[in-house]
Design a protein around this ligand. Structure first.
Ligand SMILES: *[C@@H]1O[C@H](CO)[C@@H](O)[C@H](O)[C@H]1NC(C)=O
Length: 194
């Protein structure tokens, strides 16, 4: 009788020890997950921004914080596309795209390339539908320089009136502003010309 009781007692103690260990492990695990979820582990193991430095050697952390707070960067980059808005946008007059089964073709162009644009409009740019897919082709560019607009006048406005397929940024179209054109993709997307 006694021995049976003792054995049971020992088993219970063992069981309790096991449960204690298990709960400790679970506690540590949950704690770790919590730290991970709130980003504390990232903070502990983060690598200094200095390790990723490249010209123009700005304080990256400061810029990231500003960005996260929704503020402007304190350093103005060469290609700070936030500086520029659009002066002409394509409209949906001819072919409204839907979120599904649509293809938006964005052609990087330049103000004086009217003939090239017309060639595209007359050939593959004509296609508005392929199978179930709606297709739309737009041209993205900067505005004319003062000299160019003196020479050509308001031709872009007329072109836009006719085709509604120009996306023109408020920056002078030049080689070094090329990046802006690509950034306009983002604009096209966010403004849902789709
Ligand atoms: C880029 O656009 C800006 C703003 O219009 C202009 O001041 C600058 O001259 C342009 N750069 C080039 C290379 O055209």
């Amino acid at each position: 009788m006694t021995s049976l009781f003792q054995r049971r007692l020992r088993a219970t103690v063992k069981h309790d020890n096991f449960r204690k260990k298990l709960s400790t492990v679970a506690f540590v695990f949950i704690g770790f997950c919590a730290f991970w979820a709130i980003g504390f582990t990232d903070f502990l193991f983060e690598v200094d921004f200095k390790d990723f430095e490249w010209p123009p050697y700005v304080d990256v952390r400061e810029q990231v914080v500003l960005q996260m707070l929704g503020d402007r960067p304190s350093y103005i980059y060469q290609n700070d596309w936030l500086d520029y808005t659009t002066i002409m946008e394509p409209t949906c007059a001819f072919n409204r795209l839907t979120r599904r089964k649509s293809l938006l073709i964005i052609v990087k162009s330049a103000p004086h390339r009217l003939q090239n644009r017309d060639a595209i409009r007359a050939t593959w740019g004509k296609m508005k539908q392929f199978g179930n897919f709606r297709i739309r082709t737009i041209f993205v560019m900067g505005k004319m320089s003062t000299k160019e607009s003196e020479t050509y006048g308001n031709v872009l406005e007329a072109e836009h009136k006719q085709f509604s397929d120009l996306l023109i940024g408020n920056f002078i179209d030049g080689y070094r502003n090329n990046t802006f054109k690509v950034c306009r993709l983002n604009y096209a997307w966010s403004q849902s010309i789709l």
